[in-house]
Design a protein around this ligand. Structure first.
Ligand code: SAM
Ligand code: SF4
Length: 327
């Protein structure tokens, strides 16, 4: 079992499989001039399989595949097939922009992968395409509805962006009210590749909740596992639920059970901090699995207590993009 220096059990790995993406969401990366890493620095599928195996041997029970956009990796399904047969791994989840998932939906179902988070920051086509800087609304929306209709456990991630998509907060709740889906509103974080710092945001979780209350005064708070980052609610009469993720305010650190490994093998023990070690060289040299497991244990034994403490590792502006960290 992996236990950190603040007595938190770490059993959830967010594994990024690429830093590349076919969209250019303006809160995540700049429109151009992005320094994607050289291909040979990305972990190969065999290396990702090994990382997953070692992590599970050490006590990881849930792996979320993220990126970049996971499905831009043509060999992604090979990794997913492997994970679905990995003893000890109880949950495989994917976070995707849903542009490329269409042809794989059936196989994902066969593999028993049911938890899919889809990023959809607007229900209005023009707003969506302005934010993502690409014309993919119909494809994303079509795949999203297909996933829901096929019985996947779908959560929509909607980052609330000042002067961009506030108008869609209420309309997305209305649009999906009869669908078995969870809509999660996320506070924006300054991870867009280096132009923003942590100052304050207009759309914090209280503002989002108050905004929803103006039209839907009757909603109930739902029970969630202690390690959940979202605070979840259900509006009376709606099938859908909604949640708010205070990514910026960070009220969830006390129960954090997460570890992140980037597509280049960096180990990140807190989203707000800097990488603590890189596994790539160890994977490519002679280190055996227990030595690599030892590196995981070592960094987990030295975690910041909160995101605020970890943030001090940065100067005022974050140079990271979420596409390299994986969200
Ligand atoms: N491409 C996939 C997608 O968009 O779902 C997976 C990778 S993306 C980096 C993972 C998650 O991070 C997405 O839900 C995205 O909305 C979120 N994200 C990206 N930049 C963010 C930011 N600046 N603040 C908050 N969340 C962000
Ligand atoms: Fe790509 Fe996801 Fe970042 Fe959007 S949020 S640019 S889809 S990685």
């Amino acid at each position: 079992m992996l236990i950190d220096n603040h007595n938190r059990v770490i059993n959830y790995l967010r594994l990024a499989v690429t830093d590349r993406c076919n969209l250019r969401c303006n809160y995540c990366m700049p429109s151009e001039g992005i320094n994607f890493v050289k291909k040979d620095k990305l972990l190969s599928i065999d290396e990702l399989k090994r990382v997953a195996l070692i992590a599970v041997e050490q006590g990881i029970e849930k792996i979320r595949i993220t990126g970049g956009e996971p499905f831009v990796r043509r060999d992604l399904m090979e990794l997913l097939r492997y994970l679905s047969n990995l003893d000890g791994l109880k949950d495989i989840s994917i976070t995707t922009n849903a542009t490329l998932i269409g042809p794989y939906i059936q196989e994902l179902k066969e593999l028993g992968i049911t938890n899919i988070n889809v990023s959809l920051d607007a229900i209005e086509k023009a707003t969506f395409e302005r934010i993502t800087r690409r014309k993919q609304f119909e494809t994303v929306y079509g795949n999203l509805v297909k996933l829901i209709n096929e019985g996947f456990n779908v959560r929509i991630n909607f980052i609330v962006l000042e002067n961009q998509n506030e108008g869609d907060i209420l309309s997305i709740l209305d649009w999906f009210k009869n669908y078995p889906v969870s809509i999660r509103f996320l506070e924006e974080m300054p991870f867009n590749g280096g132009t923003k710092g942590f100052s304050s945001i207009k759309w914090n979780y209280k503002a989002i909740l108050e905004h929803i209350r103006t039209v839907y005064p009757n909603f109930n708070k739902l029970e969630v596992p202690a390690t959940a980052t979202a605070i979840n609610y259900q509006i009376e009469g709606h099938t859908a639920t909604f949640g708010i993720i205070p990514s910026f305010s960070r009220t969830f650190c006390g129960s954090c059970n997460r570890l992140r490994i980037t597509a280049t093998g960096d180990i990140i023990t807190c989203l707000y901090g800097k990488p603590k070690a890189n596994l790539r060289t160890f994977l490519r040299n002679t280190a055996n699995n227990s030595e690599i497991g030892g590196i995981l244990k070592q960094v987990i034994g030295n975690r910041a207590k909160t995101g605020f403490e970890a943030q001090e590792e940065h100067s005022t502006v974050f140079d990271n993009s979420m596409t390299s960290i994986g969200g």
